[in-house]
Design a protein around this ligand. Structure first.
Ligand SMILES: [Zn+2]
Length: 287
């Protein structure tokens, strides 16, 4: 069922595990993630970036697809449909379209303007029973054309934003979107610990989950991370499986060109990646 992400993340923080946010791009992606969550009895968050929302023909199309799939595929685990890195305007569009969770990325505004806009959006989201994530300190790498440098958030600014009533908070701790460079310095657990000391029970969010070593993921969960975003890793496994199918000439054998056959290996590859992440994050059996 489609629910806000608040309760599932509070339970995750209290239970010392994390719920995965897996970004979706189309029907195959959505189906692979939902079926895996159901098979593993895990709560799940479907992330939709503004670019992916546009690609999937608009937020209302996404809401219709996800709600229909939950019903027709008998998905009974908690599912949140979440706007990833939303701008001010798009947060309102998603509230209107029926998303159950939004992220307002005000990290590029001054702290004063971030506070003002977040305050307003917290009110608008909660009036609809929708959860809201905010971000402090930009997260490195490129996402929909926006490039950040991977800075560490100021714990006091995190506390100021947390006090506005957001349901979970993304803070930069040296994490990066996309593939990590070979000379990456790793996560700053010192920063994460300082943030948790000030924000208490508030679930924290780790963006850029692709390529962070398993021991760092586990340590981050032990320090209060309850939501981990995975995007690039599913794209890489989908692409690799699809390439293998085509390079083996399978699209030219029989009716191998049928899209239901052509996209099947990539679909299975996403399922395997999601399963691996849910096991690592500890959310299996927690629905
Ligand atoms: Zn992100």
């Amino acid at each position: 069922m489609l629910v806000s992400a608040t309760e599932m993340l509070q339970k995750a923080k209290a239970g010392h595990y994390a719920v995965g946010q897996f970004n979706i791009n189309n029907l195959e992606w959505t189906k692979a993630i939902l079926l895996t969550a159901q098979e593993l009895n895990s709560p799940v968050i479907l992330g939709v970036s503004e670019g992916a929302g546009k690609y999937m023909a608009g937020y209302k199309t996404v809401v219709g697809m996800v709600k229909g799939m939950i019903e027709e595929q008998n998905i009974t685990v908690p599912v949140a449909l979440h706007l990833d890195h939303g701008s001010y305007d798009h947060c309102y569009k998603c509230l209107e379209a029926g998303f159950s969770s939004i992220m307002f990325d005000g990290s590029h505004y001054s702290i004063e303007e971030n506070v003002a806009k977040t305050t307003e959006l917290v009110k608008a989201a909660h009036a609809k029973g929708v959860s809201i994530e905010a971000e402090v300190g930009s997260i490195g790498g490129e996402e929909d054309g926006v490039i950040g440098m991977g800075e560490c958030a100021d714990p006091k600014e995190c506390k100021a934003i947390a006090d506005l009533g957001v349901d979970f908070l993304a803070a930069g701790i040296g994490n990066i979107h996309g593939k990590y460079p070979a000379n990456w310095a790793g996560l700053s657990f010192e920063t994460l610990d300082a943030i948790q000391q000030l924000t208490g029970d508030l679930p924290l969010v780790l963006h850029g989950g692709t390529g962070i070593p398993a021991d760092m993921i586990k340590k981050a969960i032990s320090l209060g991370v309850a939501k981990i975003n995975v995007n690039t890793e599913c794209q890489l496994s989908f692409a690799a499986a699809t390439r293998e199918y085509i390079e083996a000439g399978k699209d030219q054998q029989g009716k191998g060109y049928d899209p239901r056959k052509l996209l099947a290996p990539g679909f299975e590859a996403i399922k395997a990646t999601v399963k691996e992440k849910m096991e690592l994050f500890g959310s299996v059996g927690k629905a």
